[in-house]
Design a protein around this ligand. Structure first.
Ligand code: CUA
Length: 155
C-alpha cells in the first residue's frame, strides 16, 4: 500500500498526540496522584433538618477571624436569614438543599455554586472589604425564585 508523504506525516502527528495524551494522563495519575475529588459528601435530602450540621444552620467561629457558615438553601429562602462577620474574615460555607436544585452566588465575589439536594457543597471566601454582600439563588427553582436571597454583613 502506498501512502502519500503528507498522510504519513499526519498519521505520525495523530499517533504522537495519542502517546503524549496517554503520557500526560499516566504521569498525572500514577506519578503525581491526581484524581477527581474523593470526599464526595452526601446526606439524605429528606432528613436535612435533622442531620448535623444542618439541624442548626448558622455562623460559627472556628478560628482567628475564621468562620464556618452552615447554610440550607430551600424554596425560597436561605437559612440562616442574616449573618455578620468582621472585615477580613474567612468564611467556609457549607451548603445543602432539602428540596430542589438552587444556586448560591455571592454578588461581587467569585463564589458561585450549584446546590444539589443531598450534596454537601463547600466554598471558602475571605471578605476583605466591609459592606453588605448579597447572596442570591441564581438557578431557577420555582415561583419564588426571584425572592430567594439573603445577606452577609461585613463590618
Ligand atoms: Cu432557589 Cu432559585
Amino acid at each position: 500500500m502506498h501512502l502519500h508523504k503528507f498522510e504519513k506525516v499526519w498519521l505520525g502527528v495523530g499517533f504522537g498526540m495519542i502517546i503524549a495524551f496517554l503520557l500526560f494522563m499516566g504521569i498525572g495519575t500514577f506519578a503525581m496522584g491526581m484524581a477527581p475529588p474523593g470526599q464526595h459528601h452526601q446526606i439524605d435530602p429528606d432528613k436535612v433538618a435533622s442531620t448535623a450540621p444542618f439541624d442548626k444552620p448558622g455562623l460559627r467561629k472556628i478560628g482567628d477571624n475564621e468562620y464556618e457558615a452552615v447554610m440550607v438553601s430551600q424554596a425560597f429562602t436561605f437559612l440562616p436569614a442574616k449573618m455578620e462577620v468582621p472585615a477580613g474574615a474567612t468564611v467556609h460555607f457549607v451548603v445543602t438543599s432539602p428540596d430542589v436544585v438552587h444556586g448560591f452566588a455571592i454578588v461581587g465575589t467569585n463564589v458561585n455554586m450549584t446546590i444539589v439536594p443531598g450534596e454537601v457543597n463547600h466554598v471558602t471566601h475571605t471578605f476583605d472589604k466591609p459592606g453588605e454582600y448579597l447572596i442570591i439563588c441564581n438557578e431557577y427553582c420555582g415561583t419564588g425564585h426571584e425572592m430567594m436571597a439573603t445577606r452577609l454583613i461585613v463590618k
